[in-house]
Design a protein around this ligand. Structure first.
Ligand SMILES: [Zn+2]
Ligand SMILES: [Zn+2]
Length: 186
């Protein structure tokens, strides 16, 4: 998982000393700082978040590392196809449901002021919609939910092969994010 271009330009505007580093070098540097930071509890307390911090864990990266290369490329392909399906339906979903991730609650517009980051997840895979309704018409109200890229990759990481497009349900993904993200307060 790599941060997008918005990350690099924001980082450079705040850290002029890093102007000479490539996007990849910036991402590695930032990730190392996140991992090395010993003040996460102080930050949580400062903002009054009321949660106990017990470690930085990248759930999706761990999942991808466990899966085979083939499964990982299936995952990326399924995410790509889904985002291409209907830009209008996506837009309608975001208008109806906002830009907050339904799994983890992260809102890239609120946190970063960046609208393009949020993705939409189709609750019913294309193959299922075709067989049940005989049409690929998407109902944004019923079929789509806003998700952040991290949770979206997690949801799709359940795919075992191209034929069976079983994803984690939103509830299952919430359980994983709650249970395995190292936060024992919920
Ligand atoms: Zn999320
Ligand atoms: Zn999806």
């Amino acid at each position: 998982m790599k941060p997008g271009v918005g990350f690099a330009s924001m980082h450079r505007s705040r850290h002029p000393e890093d102007a000479g580093l490539s996007d990849d070098e910036l991402a590695s540097k930032e990730l190392a700082l996140v991992r090395a930071c010993g003040d996460w509890q102080r930050i949580l307390d400062f903002y009054g978040i009321g949660r106990v911090f017990s470690g930085v864990k990248d759930v999706v990266a761990e999942k991808l590392a466990r899966d085979s290369y083939e499964e990982s490329s299936c995952l990326i392909e399924s995410l790509r196809k889904e985002q291409l399906r209907s830009p209008e339906a996506r837009q309608r979903c975001l208008e109806l449901k906002g830009t907050r991730c339904v799994v983890c609650g992260f809102d890239p517009v609120e946190s970063w002021g960046v609208a393009g980051v949020i993705q939409v997840h189709h609750l019913r895979p294309l193959s299922e919609m075709l067989s049940e309704r005989g049409s690929t018409q998407t109902d944004p109200e019923k079929d789509l939910v806003p998700v952040c890229p991290n949770c979206h990759a997690l949801i799709h990481s359940k795919l075992r092969d191209m034929g069976s497009s079983r994803c984690y349900t939103i509830e299952e993904a919430r359980e994983i994010v709650r249970g395995k993200a190292g936060d024992g307060t919920r």
